[in-house]
Design a protein around this ligand. Structure first.
Ligand code: BYC
Length: 333
């Protein structure tokens, strides 16, 4: 389904000496920590790489609504329903900020959706897994939003101004999402009955490795990391963030009385970090290739939403055209 699979670009990051004068000045601005704004000079490859990452990020937000939307009508209490509804609405808002940030780079919203629908652009692998029980709403908030925060907090300092600014609000909201998930896990795993504890453990078992995969392939297989880090589009490597996530999450699982499904997990006194087992990268590649449990369902839902919304877009365009016509008439008088 996806046009691009993981492969090395084979390109080394250019040194300052090898760059054109314009590109050198640009790189020096980035090295000084300056923000790049939409009308500033930027190399074509910087623009393309940003559109790729921000577009993929935006798509992840709106596809990410689907596994949780599945549980809004079945939330166990009114309060849980209201919280989940607010969270899912927030994800739509995150998608909106990110699509707007991508548009400042000269790509249209229609083109971005077209690339999502035809599989030319990806969305996060995590959303191709099903949410089978209410405990999954806890695990998704705790682990998936927890992983998203770990990845996104450093992106508040990314070099592209509109992306960095969008991330500030997104991170604040993701924090609330992570807490609502952890709160569900506390209710079920710590304060719940045996069956609820078992459900929470089962959700952790199913979401642990897919959450680790959210950080992308291991550094040796990451295509974009070197150039993206030189441009400060990415602030950390995939493995650095994955390790930080493991180190932060294991004590939380202990607090909940849950076991991380990894027999090789242990604390390493020398590195002051946990040793952990890597996810199954064949499974990751398979999900990216379109063969995860829910790839078809997720993409079909997005395509249906796009075609069902055609009349709204047409109506809004007609309204805008009418307003512009009236304004022109008034100005002509
Ligand atoms: N899923 O060279 P690499 C959220 C692709 S959370 C799918 O390391 P890069 C949310 C990668 O795109 C998630 N594809 O790439 C939470 C590339 O393929 P292309 C969204 C993946 O970009 C809760 C290829 O593999 N967050 O929003 O340097 C509720 C090689 O990888 C994945 C973001 O998008 C994956 N897990 O690093 C609702 C954060 N991993 O593009 C919503 C911003 C890798 O060449 N993005 N690939 O075809 C990033 O930080 C980076 O893009 C990544 C990947 C760390 C994800």
């Amino acid at each position: 389904m996806y046009a691009q699979s993981i492969r090395s670009t084979g390109k080394a990051v250019q040194s300052l000496e090898d760059m054109s004068a314009e590109d050198r000045q640009f790189q020096e601005r980035i090295n000084r920590g300056e923000k790049i704004e939409p009308k500033d000079y930027m190399p074509a490859a910087y623009r393309e790489n940003l559109i790729r990452q921000i577009g993929q990020h935006a798509h992840s937000e709106i596809v990410g609504q689907l596994p949780e939307g599945n549980w809004i009508s079945r939330a166990p209490t009114l309060e849980r329903k209201a919280n989940l509804l607010a969270k899912v609405q927030d994800e739509a808002g995150h998608g909106l900020y990110l699509y707007c940030a991508a548009e400042t780079l000269g790509v249209s919203r229609d083109d971005l959706f077209g690339m999502l629908h035809t599989g030319k652009m990806k969305y996060s692998s995590i959303f191709n897994y099903p949410t089978l029980t209410w405990a999954d709403m806890g695990a998704v908030g705790w682990l998936v939003d927890g992983a998203a925060i770990m990845n996104q907090v450093p992106l508040q300092n990314t070099s592209y101004g509109p992306y960095a600014r969008a991330m500030v609000r997104i991170c604040k909201e993701e924090s609330f999402h992570q807490r609502q998930g952890f709160h569900i896990m506390i209710a079920m795993a710590k304060n719940g009955n045996d069956e609820q504890h078992r459900m929470a453990q089962d959700a952790l078992n199913r979401f642990w490795y897919p959450s680790l995969m959210m950080f992308g392939p291991s550094d040796k297989d990451s295509v974009h990391s070197a150039q993206s880090m030189a441009w400060k589009i990415k602030m950390n490597t995939n493995d650095e963030l994955r390790q930080k996530f493991v180190d932060a999450t294991v004590p939380q699982a202990e607090f909940l009385g849950l076991s991380i499904p990894d027999d090789h997990l242990n604390w390493n006194e020398k590195t002051n970090q946990y040793n952990y087992s890597e996810p199954d990268w064949n499974e990751f590649n398979d999900v990216l290739a379109g063969n995860g449990p829910c790839n078809t369902e997720r993409l079909d839902a997005r395509k249906k939403a796009w075609s069902d919304g055609a009349w709204v877009r047409e109506g809004m365009m007609a309204h805008a055209a009418k307003k512009a016509e009236r304004k022109a008439e008034r100005q002509a008088v």
